[in-house]
Design a protein around this ligand. Structure first.
Ligand code: UDP
Ligand code: MN
Length: 336
């Protein structure tokens, strides 16, 4: 059951998501739902900014951001090693790894930023929601301004992320990410105690592309997300972690998802990203063994065999001074 519902959010509608991704590149999406009034735009000189958007960008420090990477024990070797050598090496203070088992070696590599959630190591709605609940609590405890969640098959462009977030106010309601579908999801909502079932419609950002929440909005989510209550909230709609975040933000709080085309999951065709746009994206992903061709199209010093995910190539284009990157003249690094 939970796997099936998970598939609804993360996989079954992959085709629709890919089409939507192509169609929905311009921001913002038209949102046909009846909604609570949007928060007032940030006052300031110049043209009116969308809700939460700042007219002038203040300086955001890397450690204002809390990046939670969701992983599981069996992925520590195959997936985490690559992330630690690439983007996490440039975002050490921001990044926290949430897993489901003790791994002293990973703890060492992660500089103490590895959290054993003690959630079960299975791909079920409950186990995934358990991890999200711990991520949420740790973020609140951290006092940081922004919470971003990614999977262990995402590349995060730390500077791109900082640049994007610095255009918003963390004290306003900001929920940024890539919608999984081209329409709001409809879920049956069961409220504890009463036997009534109502229908709720909301947008959500797909977890496989990563998403971010402002501290202001995260604090408002607390009655439904803190101290493990995220799990019972997920039970109300019987949906996985990423859908539950959308349910809380849109369905319960009346805030809204700001769609961003800068976040990417392997549900879309990553080859369609223009090579000269790859380095401007905030997150990337790769298809994995079942779809090895679904990777971003970048040139660089690594063949597809040497770098099947293309994360090493992307990393060396962003950070050519990395000690393991091939030494190239800047003029050689033009994308094919
Ligand atoms: N994951 C997890 N527990 C599991 C299986 C997967 O926490 O038992 C995490 C995994 O580390 C990744 C995310 O869930 O961050 C998505 O997993 P995967 O990429 O394997 O599947 P997808 O949903 O993208 O097809
Ligand atoms: Mn994945």
């Amino acid at each position: 059951m939970s796997r099936a519902r998970g598939a609804l959010c993360r996989a079954c509608l992959a085709l629709a998501a890919a089409l939507a991704a192509l169609l929905l590149l311009p921001l913002p999406l038209p949102l046909p739902l009846p909604r609570a009034p949007a928060p007032a735009p940030t006052p300031g000189p110049g043209p009116r900014a969308p809700p939460g958007r700042l007219a002038t960008a203040p300086r955001l420090r890397p450690d204002d951001v809390f990046i939670a990477v969701k992983t599981t024990q069996k992925n520590h070797g195959p997936r985490l090693g690559l992330l630690l050598r690439t983007w996490i090496s440039r975002a050490r203070q921001q990044t926290f790894i949430f897993t489901d088992g003790d791994d002293p070696e990973l703890q060492l590599q992660g500089g103490g930023h590895v959290i054993n959630t003690n959630c079960s190591a299975v791909h079920t709605r409950q186990a995934l929601c358990c991890k999200m609940a711990v991520e949420y609590d740790k973020f609140i405890e951290s006092g940081r301004k922004w919470f971003c969640h990614v999977d262990d098959d995402n590349y995060v462009n730390p500077e791109g992320l900082l640049q994007l977030l610095s255009t918003f106010s963390p004290s306003q309601d900001v929920y940024l990410g890539r919608p999984s579908l081209d329409h709001p999801i409809e879920a049956a909502e069961r409220v504890q105690g009463g036997g009534t079932v109502t229908t709720v419609k909301f947008w959500f950002a797909t977890g496989g592309a990563g998403f971010c929440l402002s501290r202001g909005l995260a604090l408002k989510m607390s009655p439904w997300a803190s101290l493990g209550s995220f799990m019972s909230t997920a039970e109300r709609v019987r949906l996985p972690d990423d859908c539950t975040v959308g349910y809380i933000v849109e369905g319960l709080l009346g805030a809204r998802l700001l769609p961003s085309s800068l976040f990417h999951s392997h549900l879309e065709n990553l080859q369609r990203l223009p090579p000269d746009a790859v380095l401007q994206q905030v997150t990337l992903s790769y298809g994995g063994p079942e779809n090895p061709r679904n990777v971003v199209n970048v040139a660089g010093g690594f063949s597809l065999q040497q770098d099947p995910t293309r994360f090493k190539s992307v990393h060396c284009l962003l950070y050519p001074d990395t000690d393991w990157c091939p030494v190239h003249k800047q003029s050689d690094l033009v994308s094919r």
